[in-house]
Design a protein around this ligand. Structure first.
Ligand code: ADP
Length: 541
């Protein structure tokens, strides 16, 4: 027997329709590339998104075709999120920090028809434009006065003129909820980037789950500032979640340094933010150096790489900001787990709670996960057995864009992360499988070793990589960037490991560097470090 409830397709446009109807006065504040602060409401945003839908149709974009963006977090980018996906085309957000060759590859692979970009990226677009095979229209996201006078891009169009030429008399089309809505490429630290094609249905389900109290916990009372870029897995879903919840949104534009962020947090009463650890490091350095306090910020989501416990402590104990440590991937839309407490954690002491929060957390409903050993056998959730982490669920990738090969193993997507799961379901990543240090047949998790170094007051950043060893194959080498002006010797840092890990886990050596390379999504580029230190001779070798 069939149920008798309405069969309403789950569409991205329905989020904006909801925000417009029920939270129409709620504000969206953007720091623009132009330098000023722009304010609009969900009502105004919705009207402009409808004009965007008409404008791209006027450019000849058809349903299913891809529309690229190279843009910061801002209201125009948000208009494109809804105008493009809502009309049935596919929004393709590109990471401008990638190498121009990769940008050309991705734009061609996705067959983007139009490319919208912030003026910051004009030189980049000018450089790649002549090499692109499919892009027919380039649109600078500014008004007529600020259009570049003598650009090398032929027929460069002006966003405000394009949108201004349309009215907002437009009805969002009914679409198949399984139709593609947006496209993101993985950053491709190994090999070419791969496309992950989200559907309206996967996006809506992810939005519903990610907004829940034990996930990102978003409500109409919140003011959300996504530091995580809208070109990094859809800013972890926040542009969708904010519409669902009716939250106020604050977009930082290009100003991602500690001072600019702090000032915006305070000026706009931000209650929730989200970003990768490297961004928070800049913010914490600024607030600590200038003796600032957060007056409205209640919590912050930290993910993308492991959140060092030292950072958790700094936010929670020094600044009263709750940290939500989260884990996910481009292939997972991205949310998989959040380290939210269970009832039993409420009574724990600060330190015990911190141990729970340092894990990558437990799954949000919709995602299922398991760890398996080398032969694919499922391992127990005993907090000890570590193996490859696999996931499945309605917002997990089933196939990469235009690739024949099914990446799944027995229906599960292999994440490439090495993890263990405890009896309460909290998952802890010890490493990416390609970063694991294999010492005499045993595995040493580099994340633990980095977290210890990061807890030393003189350390700004630390990466632990495998160095070749004649007896043990590989041994841990710690690459460290000291805080400006701080003094720290190799011996002091190695002594700091005493009692914190088994002796044989202690790194064999420490090298101090001026900087550690950071990739396009704010992660340490350990493959680059491995290359740099490939001939390094350990003193123990
Ligand atoms: P890419 O940089 O490859 O585009 P993603 O942003 O999709 O990637 O990165 C996904 C990977 O980032 C995960 O597989 C995991 O290795 C790492 N990651 C994400 N969040 C965390 C976290 N909280 N702790 C440790 N690693 C994380």
């Amino acid at each position: 027997m069939q149920g008798q409830m309405m069969d309403v397709p789950l569409l991205v446009s329905s989020l904006l329709v909801h925000a417009e109807r029920h939270h129409g006065e709620q504000e969206i504040v953007s720091r623009r590339v132009e330098g000023d602060i722009h304010r609009c409401t969900y009502r105004e945003l919705a009207a402009r998104a409808r004009r965007v839908a008409k404008a791209i149709a006027a450019l000849g974009v058809q349903q299913g075709q891809r529309v690229g963006t190279l843009a910061w977090n801002g209201y125009r980018h948000m208009e494109l999120y809804y105008g493009v996906s809502g009309s049935g085309a596919v929004l393709h957000t590109l990471n401008p920090r990638l190498h121009p060759d990769q940008i050309v590859y991705i734009l061609d692979h996705a067959e983007d028809q139009v490319l919208f970009f912030d003026l910051t990226f004009l030189p980049l677009v000018e450089a790649v434009a002549p090499r692109l095979a499919t892009v027919k229209h380039f649109v600078a996201m500014v008004d007529r006065e600020r259009m570049p006078a003598d650009s090398r891009i032929p027929n460069l169009r002006c966003y405000e003129e394009l949108v201004g030429a349309q009215d907002d008399d437009y009805a969002w089309p009914g679409l198949d909820e399984r139709a593609a809505s947006s496209l993101c490429y993985t950053s491709g630290t190994t090999g070419n980037p791969k496309g992950v094609l989200y559907s309206h249905r996967s996006t809506l389900l992810h939005t519903l789950a990610a907004a829940l109290p034990d996930a990102l916990d978003c409500s109409a009372g919140d003011t959300i500032l996504p530091v995580v870029p809208m070109f990094h897995v859809n800013a972890w879903g926040l542009p969708y979640i904010a519409c669902l919840a009716g939250s106020k949104l604050v977009f930082p534009g290009p100003g991602l340094d500690g001072k600019s962020l702090y000032e915006l947090f305070e000026a706009e009463g931000v209650t929730l933010s989200a970003g990768v650890p490297t961004v928070w490091q800049g913010l914490l350095a600024y607030v600590d150096a200038n003796d600032k306090r957060f007056s409205t910020m209640r919590r912050t989501v930290i993910g993308g790489s492991a959140c060092p416990p030292a950072m958790l402590r700094a936010f929670q104990q020094r600044h009263g900001v709750q940290v939500l440590h989260a884990w996910g991937m481009t292939e997972m839309s991205p949310l998989g787990t959040v380290a939210a407490p269970k009832r039993k954690h409420m009574e724990l002491s600060g330190e015990e709670r911190l141990a729970m929060q340092s894990t990558q957390g437990r799954v949000v409903f919709g995602v299922d996960m398991r760890v398996v050993d080398g032969s694919g056998r499922e391992l127990p959730h005993d907090g000890q057995s570590s193996g490859e982490l696999q996931v499945r669920g309605p917002w997990v990738v089933s196939r990469y864009f235009k690739e024949e090969r099914d990446p799944r193993v027995d229906g599960w997507f292999p994440t490439g992360d090495v993890a263990k799961i405890d009896p309460d379901g909290y998952m802890q990543i010890t490493d990416r499988s390609k970063d694991v240090i294999k010492s005499g047949g045993e595995w040493i998790g580099s994340i633990d070793l980095e977290n210890i170094a990061m807890a030393h007051p003189a350390v700004a950043m630390a990466a632990c990589i495998a160095a070749r060893h004649p007896k043990w194959d590989e041994r841990p080498l710690l690459v460290v960037m000291r805080k400006p002006g701080a003094e720290l010797t190799r011996e002091e840092l190695l002594a700091f490991y005493k009692g914190k890990v088994a002796d044989w886990w202690t790194p064999d050596d420490v090298v101090f560097v001026d900087s550690i390379p950071i990739g396009a999504t704010g992660k340490m580029l350990k493959n680059r470090l491995r290359e740099q230190f490939k001939d390094y001779r350990l003193p123990t070798a």
